[in-house]
Design a protein around this ligand. Structure first.
Ligand code: TEU
Ligand code: CA
Length: 554
């Protein structure tokens, strides 16, 4: 029973951003039939579940994170039959479909909001968060994540509504039990349709209290989540993952409590915020403090061991491409993409692969702002220019951190539009698709794709990936990321050079009698590999050995 319930501990999840994955009808937008066509590709990769970014009915102000009907599919992506078909076709390949639940807010075009703004005594009015006021005199100075104020005036009601995201994403009022009941019923309906789990969008923001200027981690947060879990998820054997930018260790333990009272796991971002200037915005980027990254990941590994469960990720649809961000997408694209994958997949937790990551897809540098689609980018561009930033500086921020880096169409092959669409893609394809595409990757035995495939297989074959403890080695080393995982029978060393230089490192030698599980360089070259004191640029290796000896490998 226990084992069945915790199937997700050895699982690997693949995230699909539907509008950019595969178009099937030439309208330039990825869709559900397109995903179905590519299921064999994903089965071959070896993944266990797909996290599907939102496909529900939506005006697409924030690419589907603004839902106007939670129980219907947006016509742009297909219909409910297509969705059921996807679930059953995926199931045939032992792949579960995780839906993206956007529960903090709905679209302003949702029937609830349309009713809510009719009058103050409409039964749906209290589904949202309102404050009385006067036009032009905001209830307070709270801002929206996407820029500007978090308050929008509705003249008919002489009230403001609260929106943590865009003005078309009014916040739902979780204080109202009727809202919570509607949400639970909707989730149960998706469970009946065969959803294998759920990713919960900005779940730490549902218990907001605008009067106290509280956005995330509100006082009733865990009460709400526990009720949600009890009323829905606990009735099935699901993978549930809560997105929580504001999670610390203590909260993460609550979210992923092994007793199942909240979610299976937490999706937190501490490690992904290290290359931004402290106290500033994500656009104010700085070089990655490498030692801090190691310490941070190590902290999460040890603190959650045995009492919580983390997601492992470098990428999602909100983050720039990792190979461009912390690897080297020029001279060492292959090596660094594989190195980053090794460091991540060697840890405890559930790895998430974001579409194209397994191909080493890179960031994009579009010359014109008009080529960018993301509401966050567009708003920031206007705001920062108005504040006096230079256009060049703003574009550099977008190149480094813009969400559209992750949202360019999937690069399937070297044909026009990378095989993504026969029409005009909703966002331009990254011009490097001729070099970087799935077809090429599949054809080459040494590709990044096959490296990911092997990492996934290793996790399935070796329980130590899921159950081993974690110890960081060479903590202060400015180049090398090294750690050991241990269980009762074995130990696993992950050794990785995070730089484009050849560096001194004698650790591999001490593990000379171990088995090489995976290595991102061909053995050959003199003075390198097991016998050497050096690691080549972005070199990474995973070594496994049986224990029973006192030597711990330091
Ligand atoms: O993201 C949460 C969130 O806070 C992000 O908007 C994040 O702050 C931003 O990307 C950092 O630049 C989730 C979804 O993943 C995102 O796509 C949505 O836009 C957002 O919620 C609103 O639903
Ligand atoms: Ca389409």
């Amino acid at each position: 029973m226990e084992k069945q319930e915790k199937w997700w501990k050895s699982a690997v999840v693949y995230q699909i951003y539907p509008r950019s994955f595969q178009d099937s009808n030439g309208d330039g937008i990825g869709d559900i039939p397109g995903i179905i066509k590519r299921l064999d590709y994903l089965a071959d990769l070896g993944i266990d579940a797909i996290w599907l970014s939102p496909v529900c009915r939506s005006p697409q102000d924030d690419n589907g994170y603004d839902i106007s009907d939670y129980q219907d599919i947006d016509p742009m992506f297909g219909n409910l039959d297509d969705m059921e078909h996807l679930i059953s076709e995926a199931k045939k390949r032992n792949i579960r479909i995780l839906m993206d639940l956007v529960l903090n807010h709905s679209s302003d075009e949702h029937r609830w909001f349309q009713e809510a703004k009719k009058s103050r005594d409409n039964p749906y009015h209290d589904y949202y968060v309102w404050r009385d006021g006067e036009e032009g005199v905001l209830p307070n100075d709270m801002g929206s994540v996407f820029g500007g104020t978090a308050w929008e005036w509705v003249p008919e009601l002489k009230q403001y509504y609260f929106h943590q995201f865009s003005v078309k994403q009014p916040d739902l009022n979780w204080e109202n039990p009727a809202v919570r009941r509607e949400i639970y019923d909707m989730i149960l309906w998706w469970m009946e349709k065969g959803a294998g789990g759920f990713r919960l969008d900005v779940i730490d923001q549902i218990a907001k209290d605008p009067d106290l200027k509280i956005t995330n981690n509100g006082p009733r947060l865990h009460e709400f989540i526990q009720e949600l879990s009890r009323e829905t998820f606990q009735k099935g054997s699901l993978l549930t993952v809560g997105e929580a930018w504001g999670a610390d260790i203590q909260r993460a333990k609550q979210y992923s409590n092994p007793d199942g009272s909240e979610f299976s796991m937490v999706f937190q971002f501490e490690h992904m915020m290290l290359d931004q200037e402290p106290g500033k915005e994500k656009w104010d980027f700085c070089p990655l403090p490498f030692v801090k990254l190691k310490q941070n990941l190590a902290k999460w590994q040890t603190a959650l061991h045995g009492c919580g469960w983390n997601s492992l990720f470098w990428n999602n649809h909100d983050l720039p491409r990792i190979v461009s961000r912390w690897g080297n997408d020029k001279a060492y694209r292959q090596e660094s993409a594989k190195m980053l994958a090794s460091v991540l997949h060697g840890m405890q937790g559930t790895p998430f692969i974001y579409q194209g990551e397994e191909l080493g897809m890179t960031n994009v540098r579009f010359p014109e702002i008009e080529q960018y689609q993301d509401i966050e980018i567009r708003n920031m561009y206007k705001e920062r220019l108005a504040k006096g930033y230079s256009r060049e500086a703003v574009m550099e921020s977008i190149y480094a951190k813009g969400r559209d880096n992750a949202r360019t169409p999937m690069q399937w092959d070297g044909s026009r539009n990378a095989g993504f669409t026969t029409g005009t893609p909703w966002m331009q394809v990254n011009p490097n698709y001729v070099e970087i595409n799935a077809e090429k990757e599949m054809d080459s035995p040494d590709s990044i794709y096959h490296y990911y495939q092997k990492l996934i297989r290793l996790r399935k074959e070796n329980p130590i990936f899921a159950d081993g403890s974690f110890e960081l080695l060479l903590e202060e080393d400015a180049h090398v990321f090294a750690y050991v995982r241990r269980n009762e029978e074995e130990e696993l060393l992950v050794l990785a050079n995070f730089t484009s230089e050849t560096v001194e490192c004698g650790l591999w030698k001490k593990w000379a009698d171990s088995q090489v599980l995976i290595h991102n360089y061909a053995e050959a070259a003199d003075g390198c590999g097991a016998a050497a004191d050096r690691l080549r640029p972005y070199e990474a290796v995973m070594l496994l050995r049986k224990t029973g000896r006192p030597d711990s490998g330091r």
